[in-house]
Design a binder for this molecule. Structure first.
Ligand code: URP
Ligand code: ZN
Ligand code: ZN
Length: 468
């Protein structure tokens, strides 16, 4: 006995059709008009849109950072994701300096164990090529093992000196190795060294409020690093993916590279599309710590170019960079010094609502492009062959979306484990009706119905060489 979703409009990345979706077990077996019901559970999707479940490729669950740990673990974070229409996340495992990638993987495996509510995959962040006590360049050898274990993307931080930042030599070696493996290099592109100089100058002048987090991290610092990362990737012959691209200066670098035919891809995140420096961080109160994340909020003038780039394909993905911290006891660590505010914001639950409301309802994105940005392109770019498309043989990760549902975002009703929402009181039109994961109904009426631990680790293919 399967599930037959009838009378809905199926939205693909390149077309929309009136069609039914038939699920048998964990898999989609047919997408076609007027499928004959047999011994199926019938779901009436009249007036609803039927889409592939969302894929959020950039999350930080249960991650030690900024002197504390991100507030959502694999249970609360993936549950909130599911409630928001996301059926797969790619989280970041971080290599600690002095430790191997295998050790980092073991740590992140245990974080997810028994908790994940939806499927999850991992990127591996590299910080150290030769951990003490191991052969020289052991990490490069380990990259091969990671790819064999389904971790086909590696993250490099050009920011956060002394914590996560790597130098150009390390970045270049990882890129060369990734090229030989068909793996994808993800880059946090900010010139961390230059930013640290500006930050020290600001603190010396007594500029300690959250607002100065944003003012000390210029768009030029991000654009310079974007340019450098793409240049090194070109030298190494690899594909590069810039994470959380936030502004039009960086976008210019990306577009110039793409115009030259370079293999450069990028995402932006919901927050850069709908929040701004002027509106959320005018420099008036410590409450603005709620919006301290990196790269920081930019002037509103950057938003229109980002939307345009999502529509024209220069930007391929919208992720959240979900890295939540509570205001009361975590953001407050930086009350007297913005550099001590843990960097990151909560967003995993609201990505689909915000992108639909401010993108599709506003006429900036088609429903098809919405599906491409939230599911189909993430699956393609990150080597998830069973995800991101509603078609026979694919995992039955299906989102029923009500384009007319009104919803008010609030910390009081959200599932994310924070004491605030970055979008408090915002009214959106368009929301989740039902979510299926592997054919199981896991969300209805805004409630998670599944069992924590049901989510599975997703083995991803190394296909970066075939992307462009
Ligand atoms: O502020 C942020 N983005 N925190 C998470 C770490 C990162 O840089 O992605
Ligand atoms: Zn980052
Ligand atoms: Zn991040």
């Amino acid at each position: 006995m399967g599930t037959l979703i009838q009378h809905g409009t199926v939205i693909h990345a390149d077309s929309s059709v009136q069609a039914d979706v038939l699920i048998e077990g964990e898999t989609i077996v047919a997408v076609a008009a007027n499928l004959p019901p047999a011994d199926h559970t019938l779901v009436d999707a009249t007036g609803l849109l039927v889409m592939p479940g969302g894929i959020d490729v950039h999350t930080h669950l249960d991650m030690p950072f900024g002197g504390t740990t991100s507030a959502d673990d694999y249970l609360t974070g993936t549950r909130a994701a599911a409630i928001g229409g996301t059926t797969t996340v790619i989280d970041f495992a971080l290599q600690s300096r002095g430790h191997t990638l295998a050790e980092a993987l073991a740590v992140w495996d245990s974080k997810a164990e028994g908790k994940a509510c939806i499927d999850y995959a991992l990127h591996m962040a590299i910080t150290d090529l030769s951990p003490a006590g191991h052969p020289h360049n052991e990490t490069l050898a380990e990259m091969e093992q990671m790819v064999a274990r389904g971790i086909s993307s590696f993250k490099l931080f050009m920011a956060y000196p002394g914590v996560l930042m790597i130098d150009d030599g390390l970045m270049f070696q990882v890129m060369q190795k990734a090229a030989s493996l068909g793996a994808l290099c993800l880059i946090h592109a900010e010139n961390g060294a230059a930013i640290d100089v500006v930050v020290a100058q600001a603190l010396a002048e007594g500029k300690t409020a959250p607002h100065f987090h944003a003012l000390t991290r210029s768009t030029q610092a991000e654009a310079e690093a974007t340019h450098r990362a793409i240049a090194l990737a070109e030298m190494a012959g690899t594909t590069v993916y810039i994470v959380h691209l936030s502004n039009s200066d960086s976008l210019r670098e990306l577009k110039q590279a793409q115009a030259r035919g370079l293999r450069a891809l990028a995402e932006t995140c919901t927050q850069y599309l709908v929040l701004s420096l002027e509106e959320q961080m005018p420099g008036k109160s410590f409450e603005e710590a709620k919006y301290v994340f990196t790269p920081p909020l930019r002037l509103k003038a950057n938003q229109a170019p980002l939307w345009q780039a999502l529509a024209d394909g220069s930007l391929s993905v919208v992720s959240t960079d979900h890295c939540p911290f509570r205001f009361a006891d975590q953001k407050s660590l930086g009350r007297n010094d913005f550099t001590k505010i843990p960097n990151g914001g909560p967003g995993i639950e609201n990505r689909m609502q915000l992108l639909w409301h401010f993108g599709v309802n506003a006429g900036l994105l088609t429903p098809e492009r919405f599906v491409a940005l939230t599911a189909t392109e993430p699956a393609r770019i990150f080597g998830m062959e069973t995800k991101g498309v509603l078609a026979p043989g694919k995992d039955a990760d299906v989102l029923l979306w009500d384009p007319n549902a009104a919803y008010t975002i609030s910390a009081v009703t959200q599932s994310m484990n924070t004491d605030y929402s970055m979008f408090e009181g915002w009214q959106v039109k368009g929301n989740v009706s039902r979510v299926y994961s592997h054919g199981e109904l896991v969300v209805e009426h805004g409630k998670f119905l599944g069992t924590p631990g049901r989510g599975r680790f997703l083995h991803r293919k190394a296909n970066a060489g075939e992307l462009l």
